[in-house]
Each structure stands twice: as C-alpha cells, then as structure tokens.
Ligand binder design. Structure first.
Ligand code: FAD
Ligand code: NAP
Ligand code: SF4
Length: 671
C-alpha cells in the first residue's frame, strides 16, 4: 500500500497536472538580490529532485513601487527574464514544476515610494504610503498583468497572485486600510474590485491555458478585517475571474497573533480551508504549521483541502516528499518552526537558510560528498553540535563513535523541548536519533570521556557544550536552583519565583513556570490564549483573549537597563514578550542583585533610585548565561593531543542550536 495515499495522489489543476498534493509555499530567500542566479536555480532544483509537486517562488515585485524593499527582485526587464529562465530550465530538467509569485507589497513596501488604497501607514512600517488615484491603480493592474506575461515567457508553469497577508490586494479589501469613497472603496463590491480586476486582467493576458493561483486571506486577524461572508464572496468572484486554484493565507503581517511560530499548534487553521472548500469548485490549498507527512495526510484525508502548502519544511528537508513516499518519513529533517535561520535572516537582509539544514540556500557551497579516505572519528558530546558532526561525517563514510556522559542524546535541546510551546524540539532530537542509526554512528551514552578514552582515533571532535554561569550572588538562605535542575524535573519551584537573567533561557523558564497546560497542544486553548475567534462571528476573526491563569507569580530580571527580550528572535521576540505579559510576569531591568535570603531576593536599582527592595520569592532560578565546558579540551591540550572544537565548547557567547548545527555540519563535511 502507498505511504500517505492522499498526499501522494496526482492532481489535475487544469492547465497543469501534478504527481502529488504538496506545494512548496512561497519563501523569500534573499538569493535573487545577490544576483547569483546559479545559486537560486540550484536551490529550487534540489527541491524539484526531492519530488515536491509544485513550487512557488519567493514574491517577485511587478514594479519598483511594489517591491518589499528598494531593490527587491522582480521581473521588470528582458534581462530579468534571462535570469528567471535559468531557474525554470534547471527545475524542469530536474523533473519539477515551478510557479512565480507576483507580490505587490502596497503599504508594506519598505520605501518612501510605497503606494496603497489610502494614505494610512501600517504599524509595522515607518513609511506613509501615497494613496493611488484612478490612473495609479490602472498602472498597478497593468504592471501585475505584464509581470504575469513575463513569468510565462521566462518558462514558469504558473503564477500565484499574492492576495493575503495584508499585502496590496488585501489592503483594498478591508476598511482597516481602505478609506476610499470612489469605485475602489466603500461597499464590499467596490473594495474587492481591485483583486478581482487583477485576476481578470491576468487571465486575459495569459489566456485560458496557464495556471493562475490566487492566494486568499481566510482570516485577517486585524481589526475591521474581512467577514467570512466576504471571504466566500471574494473566493467565488476570483474563481469566476479565472483562478485555477485558491491558496490560503492567515493573518496580516501586522497581526498581533502568531500564525506560523513554533508555539502555534500544528494545522491550526486548516478548519477554515475546510470551510471554504465546499463554497468553490476549484481546488483549495491549506497552509500554516503543516510540517509532517502525517499532518498533511490527515488534512487531505478529512477533506479539508485538495493540496497542502509547506514552505519551511522544504527548507529543512528538500527530500521531504521522496522520503515520505519511500517509507523513510522518520528521516525527514523536521522544521521546528523556529524562524531563526529563515525568516529572521530574511528580515535581517541575510540569505535565508535553516537551523536544522545549514545547506538550505547554500546548496552550491556546502556540499556533502562521500569520503575517499574513511577514518576513525571520535565525537564527544551529543548536543546539536556533536550530533550534526557525527551524522554528517558518518553519512560520508567515516567510522564515527559518539560519546555522551548523559543517558540520552540532545544536550541542551532536552531542556528546550521541556518548554511549553517548544514541543517541536522533540521532533529534532527524534530525528537525530534516527539519523545516528541510519548513518551507522556507534553511540556510547553514560561515558564521561577523558583523554585516555580517545586513543586510536584519527580525529577527535570536542563538542562538550556549555554549563550554566554562576552569577556569584551571596546566598544566606532561600531556595536557589539552576535552569537545568528545574527543567529536568529534579527540583520544583515555589509559588513565587524570581528568574535571574532575561535572555532566551530566562524567557523560556518564565514560560515554563507560568504555564499549566501547553496551549500548543490544545487548539481551543491556544485560540482563547491569543483571542482567535471565527471570522463568521467577528470580523477578521479577532476576539478578546482569555489566557489561562498563571501557575505562579514570576519576576523576570536583568541588569541591563534596556527592555527585556530586546535581543530575542526578530520575528518571534514579540510573541514571547506578549505571552509573558499575558501571564502577569513582572519584567524588571536595571537590577542589581544584593543577596538571596530566607526572605527572598534582595535587589536595588542604583544609589539614585533610593533604598533597595526584597522580592518575596520562594525560589530563585539562575538563568545568567553560560560558560564553555572546557574540561576535556584543556586536558587534551595538556596532553598535546590534537582535536577540533565546536559548538558551545568553542564559544559560549550567543550560542544557539543554529550555530551549533552549522558548525558541526561544516566540520563533518570537511573531514
Ligand atoms: P550542548 O547542547 O550543551 O551539548 C553538549 C553535550 O556534551 C551534552 O550532552 C553533555 O552531556 C556532553 N558532554 C560534556 N562533557 C562531556 C564529557 N566529558 N564526556 C561526554 N559527554 C560530555 N537554541 C536555539 O537555537 N533555539 C532555541 O529555541 C533554544 N531554546 C533553548 C531553550 C532552553 C531552555 C535551553 C537550555 C537552550 C535553548 N537553546 C536554543 C540553546 C541550544 O540548546 C544550545 O545552544 C545548544 O544545545 C548548544 O549545543 P552544543 O552541542 O554546543 O552543546
Ligand atoms: P543570554 O541570552 O546571553 O542571556 C543571559 C542573561 O543572563 C542575560 O539576561 C544577562 O543579562 C544575564 N546575565 C549574564 N551574566 C550575568 C551575571 N553575571 N549575573 C547576573 N545576570 C547575568 O543567554 P541564555 O539566556 O543563557 O541563552 C543562551 C543561548 O541560548 C542564547 O544565546 C540564545 O540564543 C539561545 N536560546 C535561544 C532561544 C530562542 O528562542 N531563540 C531560546 C533560549 C535560548 P544582564 O547581563 O543584563 O543581567
Ligand atoms: Fe523551520 Fe527553523 Fe528551519 Fe526556518 S530555520 S525552516 S523555522 S527549522
């Protein structure tokens, strides 16, 4: 019997037939802007070889004013078409299909020339857009239709019109951003005129025999967003105007509800796609937080959608489809929805990549090939750095032994996966466990390695990670614990807790301390937590949030005067800050620690702020950063034994799993 029979079933989209139901959703890679089109072509070709049914490119601007940022790539000139042909021909040679997304950013365009239905600045942009006049609107429509024709000339198999996520077409639909009183504003018929007209003109430009996907916002999650009746009305109108497929989107970029982060439950929004499906006769595609073949198969099997869109999971593993198809689903490198190397990079202007797959976006540079000289390699430390080095080196044909003094693999990831909202990290450690077996690594747990244990190996890799920093606060009583003690379950905390250190771990620990039931594992609870209702009952799907009461009173402290959480992930920091605020966590900056006693934590804010105070806490949890675990490295150095040093053992400052995996993989590929 076929694995995942619904997912692997071919589908006829009219102008295009696909071998399976997987669409790789649009992702901006930042590769196009670098001008290295060979790299762009290889990024997509690798995913085509992995069997994905259809890919959609990152958003391409139809004109300069519609670009997400000045210089954003698009299809403006004949030279652009030559570049894009390189991509389409490489994808076709690899047996794949690719559609180009046309993205007009409207008021989200990060530049002073941005245009929109009305001159209303978005809360996530410093630029106030110019309200278009009638001729200006006509120009935008014509430019989008021209971009579609150029995409066809460049060899694409279709185009996707980006009509969701709060971009240009979406901005016309709702009063939130459209205050016009001409034929493009006012009544819903007028507000939806632009997206429908764009669809109609694109169809007229392309003729009947070319795939056009329309990406529709099912739930805007902004005030005064679309009602469900309006969503359905638009879906039908877009279908009548010539769309072959409806892809779906959830939430505008300015929405204060997370829609793709790791703490969002899996397939959190597929119920809405299921509700749209009977309203139209063309195929509909479900998206957002679909990251395993099981979840994708369930969505299709229950009739919620005709196809599933997975974007980041195809960054994490280009071979997602072929592995699912051939009974190797456990070998699929999981997207943990962290955004750390993809979206966070995109917004920082860096090449998008992936925390679990550092090759993503670097396919032409980080190549992993069989070794010609197999060697005996010892890796000490089964955290993400050591695990990545071990499976990469063993996968190339080296004979690898991996040691850890713990009784399980994962290193600090074991603590990460204990955090409510970070359950996806279980998938990462499970995947590492599978890959150790597949690549033939000899795993030895409960081995506290010393230099004498490493005799006879050709190469030694030290990946012994980090240990918590002791902030040296005088302790005269009270209950003081470290985050490993707490998160491993060795100790529990009292009803009132102070967390010392407001870095990534301090925030996670505060989440752990205040959460009773993880809303990530309970969709109804998560919707209450974030105020996600039903667009059939409240416009945009927004309702008042009703988070579960906090399990404890928590103070989260740091010495720096800046806002706590300032250095958390670019696209996810706000989620952590909002979640803790909802739990009543008191965040204090500019704190000096005096001592810990039976009365609690004694602090002050400097001489000019007057006398200090005592936080009356039962437990103090230390999350004051980390130091490299250097015992083994020092002993090897003293014994004049050469070794490679990676991960936290190398540099503890600003260490995260992204760097640990990247460093381990690159070393494993190089030996
Ligand atoms: P470690 O993970 O520390 O692993 C080192 C391993 O070496 C351990 O298993 C240890 O037992 C072993 N070892 C040490 N000495 C010896 C010896 N002599 N012999 C044998 N074995 C030895 N990072 C992110 O990127 N994103 C996140 O969301 C994230 N969340 C986190 C949440 C929490 C609560 C915590 C604690 C960490 C989080 N991190 C996160 C950080 C991430 O887990 C670490 O950066 C990463 O694990 C470091 O990897 P490493 O392999 O260098 O070291
Ligand atoms: P961190 O981000 O460096 O934070 C350490 C905290 O401890 C800071 O708030 C720091 O603030 C405080 N501190 C440092 N020295 C101190 C001292 N001597 N006494 C008292 N307080 C002290 O490190 P972390 O929280 O341990 O996280 C480690 C790494 O894991 C991070 O680099 C992060 O990237 C990664 N991580 C990532 C995520 C994620 O979601 N992406 C989540 C968890 C962890 P002050 O100096 O101002 O007091
Ligand atoms: Fe997924 Fe994180 Fe990789 Fe992005 S960086 S693709 S969110 S695992």
């Amino acid at each position: 019997m076929s694995h995942y029979p619904h997912l692997m079933q071919p589908i006829d989209l009219g102008p295009l037939q696909l071998p399976n139901r997987v669409l790789m959703g649009s992702m901006h890679t930042n590769l196009e802007e670098r001008g290295d089109w060979n790299r762009v072509a290889e990024f997509y070709a690798e995913r085509a070889r992995g069997g994905v049914g259809l890919m959609v490119t990152g958003g391409m601007a139809p004109n300069a004013e519609g670009g997400v940022f000045p210089g954003a790539s698009g299809l403006f000139t004949a030279e652009d078409i030559v570049h894009h042909r390189m991509v389409t021909s490489r994808v076709h040679a690899a047996g794949g299909k690719i559609a180009m997304q046309i993205l007009h950013a409207g008021r989200y365009a990060y530049g002073k020339d941005c245009v929109a239905p009305s001159a209303i600045r978005s809360p996530i942009s410093p630029f106030r857009p110019t309200a278009l006049d009638g001729m200006g609107i006509e120009k935008q429509i014509a430019d989008i239709a021209t971009a579609a024709a150029r995409a066809r000339d460049a060899g694409y198999d279709g185009v996707e019109l980006m009509g969701s996520e709060g971009y240009f077409l979406n901005q016309f639909l709702v009063r939130h951003s459209n205050h016009r009183d001409d034929e493009w504003g006012g009544s819903y018929e007028n507000r939806m005129r632009l997206p429908v007209e764009v669809m109609r003109r694109v169809r007229a430009m392309l003729g009947a025999d070319f795939l056009v996907i329309f990406r529709l916002s099912l739930m805007d999650l902004v005030p005064d967003g679309s009602s469900w009746a309006e969503v359905v009305q638009l879906a039908r109108a877009v279908q009548a105007a010539g769309a072959n497929v409806l892809n779906t989107g959830i939430g505008w970029h300015e929405a204060r509800v997370p829609t793709i982060a790791t703490s969002v439950p899996r397939q959190a929004f597929s119920w809405l796609t299921g509700r749209l499906r009977p309203e139209v006769t063309i195929p509909v595609i479900a998206s957002n937080r679909i990251n395993t073949p099981e979840v994708a198969e369930a969505i299709l099997a229950t009739g919620e959608a005709d196809m599933v869109s997975m974007a980041r999971p195809l960054l994490a593993d280009p071979d997602f489809v072929v592995k699912a198809q051939t009974g190797r689903a456990k070998q699929i490198a999981p997207c943990i929805a962290c955004n750390q190397a993809c979206l966070d990079h995109t917004f920082a202007g860096k090449t998008s990549s992936c925390l679990v797959n550092p090759r993503a976006g670097h396919e032409t540079q980080l190549t992993i090939t069989p070794t010609q000289v197999p060697r005996r390699i010892a890796v000490v430390g089964a955290g993400p750095a050591g695990l990545s080095a071990a499976i990469t080196a063993a996968g190339r044909g080296h004979q690898v032994t991996l040691f850890d003094r713990a009784d399980q693999i994962g290193g600090q990831l074991i603590y990460a996966r204990a955090i409510p909202g970070k359950e996806e990290f279980h998938g990462l450690t499970d995947w590492f466990a599978t890959m150790l077996v597949v690549s033939g690594v000899d795993l030895r747990l409960r081995c506290d390695v010393r230099p004498d244990d490493l005799v006879g190996y050709d190469e030694v890799i030290v990946a012994t990670g980090v240990r918590p920093r002791d902030p040296q606060i005088p302790v005269y009583g009270g209950h003081v614990v470290t985050y490993p003690d707490l998160l491993s379950g060795r100790v529990s905390a009292g009803a009132r807790v102070a967390v010392i250190g407001a870095g990534g771990i301090g925030f996670d620990v505060a989440e752990f301390l205040t959460t009773v039931h993880s809303p990530t594992l309970d969709l109804a609870a998560w919707r209450r937590e974030w105020g996600v209702g039903d667009p059939a009952q409240s416009r945009g799907g927004l309702v008042t949030a009703a988070p579960e009461a906090a399990a404890r009173q928590v103070w989260l402290l740091q010495r720096k005067a800046e806002r706590p959480g300032k250095n958390l992930g670019r696209t996810t920091g706000w989620i952590h800050r909002a979640a803790l605020k909802a739990k009543g966590v008191k965040m204090l900056s500019g704190v000096n620690y005096d001592q810990i006693s039976d009365q609690g934590l004694h602090i002050n804010f400097g001489p000019e702020q007057g006398a200090g105070q005592i936080l009356p806490v039962d437990t103090v949890v230390l999350c004051a950063g980390q130091l490299s675990e250097t015992g083994l490295a020092k002993a090897l150095t003293a014994a004049h034994k050469p070794f490679h040093l990676i991960g936290g053992a190398d540099v503890a400052a600003e260490l995260d799993a992204k760097r640990a995996i990247d460093q381990g993989t690159r070393l494993g590929a190089a030996l």
